[in-house]
Design a protein around this ligand. Sequence first.
Ligand code: C5P
Length: 209
Amino acid sequence: DIPLVIAIDGPAASGKGTLAKRLAAHYGLPHLDTGLLYRAVALTVLDAGYSIDDHAAAARAAATLIADRLADPRLRDRAMGEAASRVSSVPAVRAALLAWQQRFAGNATGAVLDGRDIGTVVCPHARVKLFITAAPEERARRRHLELQRRGESTSLGAILDDIVARDARDAQRSTAPLKAAADAVLLDTTELDADAAFAAARAVVDGAR
Ligand code: C5P
């Protein structure tokens, strides 16, 4: 059998993570949330006392990243999304993490990866590419609920500002910007709940098998 690689990209809080997890469980594939890698690099830089804009420190952190780091609950903090977005524009960071991600995607049966550049750079030959979007207001509403559940209280307006700023930075950076691959299937989840988005994605995957 040819390995089933599913590449899922999209902006912050688009629902791609939830979708990726469910698709991985459904098809019996390993899942990598690649945003966690960038968050882990950012956390390593900050924990070691360096500035988040210290590119050499970020490059070292990426080159020596160990899987244990990906389990740190602080990676999900709101501030870490912003910090991750800063280190993710450093080409040496992206190059180090590219090898990591491609090793994961090379699994014999396939894999599900979600991020910003999976369909364009990490897995350009993935069998299935999905690009998940949703209106910024809806994404902010979802992220707000998620943070509330984790006990992090932040205003909806502040989250919307975060999301818009992060999208702009991710889309405008010169190395591997946030962009749909030419052969990606676009899925707008503004009006879809998690179950409906999962059903739509499954239909795409099953159609490509
Ligand atoms: O998806 P998540 O919000 O965890 O990603 C955090 C940041 O990591 C993003 O804003 C983006 O700058 C960066 N990232 C990336 N490429 C990926 C995944 C995440 O540049 N494949």
